[in-house]
Design a protein around this ligand. Sequence first.
Ligand code: FAD
Length: 340
Amino acid sequence: MLRQWLSVLRPHGRIALISDGASAWYSGMLPGLLAGRYRPEQCRVPLSPLCASAGVELIQGEIVGIDPNSNSLRFADGRVCSATWLSLNVGSKPQPLPGDFRELELVPVKPFEGLVCAWRTWQKLPMPLAILGGGAAGVELALALAPQVPELTLISSGEILAGHPPGLRARAIRCLASANVKLIEGSTVDTVYGDALLCGSQIVWRGKRLILATGATPLPWLKEGTLAQDGRGFVAITPTFQSVSHQHILAVGDCASLPDCPRNGVYAVRQGPILARNLAAALEGRQLSKFVPQPHALALLADGKGGALMSWAAISAEGRFFGWWKDRLDQSFIHKLTIR
Ligand SMILES: Cc1cc2nc3c(=O)[nH]c(=O)nc-3n(C[C@H](O)[C@H](O)[C@H](O)COP(=O)(O)OP(=O)(O)OC[C@H]3O[C@@H](n4cnc5c(N)ncnc54)[C@H](O)[C@@H]3O)c2cc1C
């Protein structure tokens, strides 16, 4: 969205970007970073120069509460910030796992800063590792990390890559096998006891280190107020990105819920230009545009060796060409947002 305002004059008025970090990590390059193919600075966008160039104030801080009736946000350090229009783009976090974590180190995939930090420490003394969650993120992380640990287990409650074409799933299973990843499908881990992951009373895995890639759940503070939610607690929005209950609050990306719009980075990025247009229209009192999700999106999953698995609609393929293509797309995304 900010990129749009680099080329088109931003609307009048005071506009601020609130972020809990000084830069925004790009998830598409995270598996490559952990595989040792990128440096951290290649995978994140520094926000300060981007905001300065777009004429937007940067406010750093962690939001912990929202009052939708006064359009105000509460920060962890006690500050409160209110605005005529709010746009929520705070992403999601993996589904938490209940239990006792005294004997097991558990690291969620998000926030990325925490995962990158934990991985740096773990790398100094490699040990068997489990990844919980067999979606695209879990599969890519398993392929990136398997060559660097003595044993890697990928655990999925259902089949891995559910919702993706069967061809992509078959390719991923072959790739995981050739990387010596132990795959456990159909096991819903519901608790942790000591060093064991349990499905009911059955032990699924024992070890010391676990990465949680259990799919998107909403940030807890979004569920507290009177902002309309879907059944899972994501912000319910209309096709103009406005909250169905509070029209001065917009939401996009993982934190929002729009029928027929999957929750992944491709759709979040596609929403950016419409969000920029709609915020300008909102500030200038014009009509907001509707976002129509594209029916299919290209999926490119890094195979951990420089290649990638690809799917689009029902088609799938793999190889080094797709790895090269993914690198080009990822690096050009970061390049367009990095202001020197
Ligand atoms: C390992 C991994 C790999 C992935 N790879 C792909 C891929 O290749 N392709 C794809 O399409 N999707 C991918 N995804 C999914 C993708 O990351 C998300 O769908 C996408 O990032 C959602 O964008 P977003 O802008 O909604 O949220 P995010 O990208 O998560 O951004 C949210 C921002 O809000 C900030 N924030 C969060 N909470 C607060 C708070 N309380 N206060 C202040 N700031 C806050 C965060 O720091 C962050 O900058 C991947 C996910 C993971 C975990």
